[in-house]
Design a protein around this ligand. Structure first.
Ligand code: CUA
Length: 484
């Protein structure tokens, strides 16, 4: 009885919620109506099914509740009932899907007078391109992508020279002008999504998808990425500002053409080196994880970073100088700052580009410093094999889970591990000797130390690499081995 009442209350509350909800959005674009109507039809159909099924459950709970002596009747099939259910659900599904065909057709049938706008996605930011005076977008291809030309336009295509490039996350559009949005991605799947405009489409590397709409209301709307694209996905946001034609034209004229960006990239003054660093930071998406104002993010903020001394994951300390920054860009896992996840990918930049990025980072420090003495080189001293092992541990990412200073990690710390007796998940005890450590690297989930999750991937290492790694772990056997 109580359950039947709760079920009925859930139905009544859900219906009332939808009828009385005060949130009404104002239509902000041409395709608003049809898409919302389709969503509303879906809501009504699923709502009817929801009410019918829940009420049926309530009735069944009441009517067929347990009674002394009553027996359930066995009825394996009921042709008539099955036909009714098939017909009703088919009508419901057709009712939900059919309007979508019409609406999607409108969404991709672009009117002749639409202006073009290209949206380029990459981990984890947006860039945009307008066709310029000639109304045509120039050719593009991944083979043209470099730091001076991050959108990969063909430098030889005359049509592309006047294309206007917006290399940041904010785009503007003129009010009441239909716009054809062309979408392409430079790396992985993304999805261009502006909720208020009811516009959303996947961006697939290697192809150009499109849709169109006419913005009908001025304002600032958020642009989101709606396809999981990596650790910076949540931060892949931008804005679309819809404004009057006059204001838009003025803004558009102040933006650089493709030809202009190529000439700026060509002449190296100090300002242009910084500008190049900024463009690189934008085009490689550095800023998705490194803030410029010192605020916390996935990676260390760049403000005040240069010249600072940072604590690394292995407990050693390093002065952030030019050499360290360059190494960290080329091989981010080599010397990782403590407290950050090991998620940065290596970037293959030439010396020029590295110099520009470092100049940018330097410029964000209050006291710009000249190159200090290079930080102590962890791999160039002492026992060669152990040093080689340390390098391996760094490059394979072992240190992300295994500390070398006894700190609690995802996996057992290596400090004092060698020679210790560990209790396994099945209660047996094992001595962490050479054989055991080798097995644990090659086939980590065969035996698990008690208290740790079985999540370590297997590493297929040569005997030589294994020996180096074990030499490094051995060197940490003594609790004080980390002094440095
Ligand atoms: Cu791009 Cu998610």
């Amino acid at each position: 009885m109580a359950i039947a009442i709760i079920l009925i209350l859930i139905v009544v509350a859900s219906v009332l919620f939808h009828i009385l909800a005060p949130w009404q959005a104002t239509p902000a674009a041409s395709n608003w109506g049809s898409i919302d109507t389709t969503l509303f039809i879906t809501l009504v159909i699923t709502g009817i099914f929801f009410i019918a099924i829940t009420v049926f459950m309530a009735v069944a709970v009441m009517r067929y509740r347990h009674k002394e002596g009553a027996r359930a009747a066995y009825q394996p099939e009921n042709k008539k009932l099955e036909w009714w259910l098939i017909v009703i659900t088919s009508v419901g599904i057709v009712g939900m899907l059919a309007p979508g065909l019409v609406v999607y057709n409108d969404f991709v049938q672009v009117p002749k007078n639409a202006n073009e706008l290209e949206v380029i996605a990459q981990q984890w930011q947006w860039a945009f391109r307008f066709p310029g005076q000639d109304g045509k977008l120039g050719r593009s291809d991944v083979k043209f992508v470099d730091s001076a030309n991050p959108l990969g336009l063909d430098p030889k295509d005359p049509v592309g020279q006047d294309d206007v490039l917006i290399r940041n996350n904010e785009i503007r559009l003129p009010l009441d002008q239909p716009v054809k949005v062309l979408l392409r991605s430079k790396d992985v799947l993304h999805n261009f999504y502006i909720p208020q405009i009811r516009a959303k489409m996947d961006m697939v590397p290697g192809m150009v998808s499109h849709f169109w709409f006419t913005p009908t209301k001025t304002g600032k709307f958020e642009v989101l990425c709606a396809e999981y694209c990596g650790v910076g996905h949540y931060n892949m946001r931008g804005h679309m500002i819809v404004e009057e034609q006059g204001a838009f034209d003025q803004w558009l004229n102040s933006q650089p053409t493709f030809a202009q960006t190529l000439t700026t990239a060509a002449k190296p003054s100090r300002d242009s080196v910084l500008e190049k660093g900024r463009l690189l930071a934008e085009s490689y998406g550095c800023r998705a994880c490194h803030s410029l104002d010192g605020s916390a993010s996935l990676g260390p903020g760049w403000k005040g970073l240069y010249g600072r001394t940072e604590q690394l994951v292995d407990g050693t300390r390093v002065l952030v100088d030019e050499a360290y920054l360059k190494e960290s860009i080329r091989d981010p896992k080599a010397r990782q700052v403590q407290g950050y996840p090991p998620v940065m990918v290596p970037y293959t930049l030439n010396e020029d580009e590295l110099g520009a990025l470092v100049a940018l980072i330097k410029s964000l420090s209050a006291v710009p410093q000249d190159d200090g003495p290079s930080a102590s080189d962890a791999t160039g001293r002492g026992d060669d094999l152990a040093a080689q092992g340390q390098q391996l541990a760094e490059s394979l990412g072992c240190l992300a889970c295994h500390s070398v200073d006894g700190k609690q990690g995802v996996g057992p710390s290596w400090q004092g591990l060698y020679g210790k007796t560990e209790t396994l998940a099945d209660g047996t005890r094992v001595k962490a000797d050479e054989g055991y450590i080798k097995d644990s690297v090659l086939n980590p989930n065969a035996v698990i130390v008690k208290g740790y999750a079985p999540i370590m991937p297997a590493f297929a290492l040569s005997d030589e690499d294994l020996n180096a790694l074990i030499a490094f772990i051995k060197s940490k056997a003594n609790a004080n081995a980390d002094a440095k």
